[in-house]
Design a protein around this ligand. Structure first.
Ligand code: TXA
Ligand code: MG
Length: 309
């Protein structure tokens, strides 16, 4: 605990100095900087090699902080009450007098925000006088990091500090819901589509826009381990790493279980960790068994399809 406090103090020092640092969240680790500072947020884009037009998610500790920067409506409060703090991001209308850096929003009138549910990052946010802009802490298009070591593999000594909060409990990014006009899911993630559809009873099916990409960073190629991935495979090739979600009678050292019990939540949590491990073990290709397209399976398939492009 004492150690945590001294690490949080270190984090504050770097952030106040307009530096970027790694922070833990329940979804994935973020590359964080003062969202009110042009200088600090510019560094995020440079470090990640991220196109300037791809806006960032801003992380808050409390509703009172959030109110300073954007407009909140009934739909927002319904979702907030059910899921926050937690793995959900909202796209909201930005207030004209908000101090959010133009780098964060790509000069648009909307902003993506969330309340991360991680003890260390929540205390860090509480101490700060500004919210934190934080995309996932990976180089653009690569696999998101779910531990301090993963962030270190991405940036090495290019960043000065990573707040160690253990392994991310959810393991995939937040679900992004746009509340501009009718609520829409822009990115599947750590909250199942079903749970969100229950909140908006009148809306039977939220449209998940696949063809017209609304979220700039939701390009077709993303989350890539840099090796070919084949999906829905019953029989892998000899030299392939084989990703599975339920136990087989015979296992080989090429088998990587996301779950042994066909548990899709557990599988989502292990997805990025497993892709990284396979890459480190120098496999030249990956085969994945069919994953049911329900609940968290939908999020896993979304990521695997992008990773396989
Ligand atoms: O779980 C998460 O959301 C993680 C952790 C670190 O919080 N963050 C994350 O950020 O996944 P990033 O930058 O890797 O993905 C954010 C996505 C991008 O695809 C971006 O285009 C989209 O959010 N986005 C940001 N602002 C937006 C806006 N105003 N309207 C629509 N999409 C937006
Ligand atoms: Mg990302």
């Amino acid at each position: 605990m004492k150690n945590n406090l001294s690490n949080i103090k270190k984090a504050i020092k770097y952030l106040n100095n307009n530096e970027c640092i790694g922070i833990p969240t329940e979804t994935v680790y973020g590359l964080a900087a003062n969202a009110y500072s042009d200088k600090a947020t510019q560094k995020i884009f440079t470090l990640k090699k991220r196109p300037k037009k791809n806006p960032l998610i801003v992380h808050y500790h409390s509703l009172n902080d959030l109110k300073k920067d954007c407009f909140l409506d009934l739909n927002f409060f319904k979702l907030y009450k059910s899921f926050c703090p937690g793995p959900i991001s909202f796209v909201l209308k930005l207030k004209c007098n908000s101090r959010i850096s133009k780098n964060v929003t790509n000069k648009k009138e909307t902003i993506a925000v969330r309340f991360p549910n991680h003890r260390l990052t929540r205390s860090l946010l509480k101490f700060l006088k500004y919210p934190l802009a934080a995309p996932s802490a990976n180089l653009s298009k690569q696999i998101s990091p779910v531990s301090k070591n993963d962030v270190n593999d991405e940036f090495g000594n290019k960043i000065k500090f990573i707040l160690d909060g253990g392994q991310s409990k959810i393991g995939v990014e937040s679900t992004i819901v746009s509340l501009i006009g009718k609520p829409r899911i822009l990115r599947l993630g750590g909250i199942e589509r079903n749970s969100i559809e229950k909140i908006f009873r009148k809306i039977k099916k939220l449209k998940h826009i696949k063809k017209n990409i609304v979220v700039p960073g939701q390009g077709k190629v993303h989350y890539s381990p840099g090796i070919p991935i084949r999906l829905n495979i019953k029989k892998p090739k000899k030299q392939e790493a084989y990703i599975l979600i339920k136990k087989r009678k015979f296992s080989t050292k090429n088998f990587y279980y996301l779950s042994k019990k066909n548990n899709l939540k557990e599988a989502a949590k292990n997805l990025y960790k497993t892709l990284r491990k396979i890459k480190k073990n120098k496999f030249k290709s990956i085969a994945v068994e069919k994953i049911p397209n329900t609940g968290f399976g939908e999020t896993i398939n979304d990521r695997l399809i992008r990773a396989s492009k």
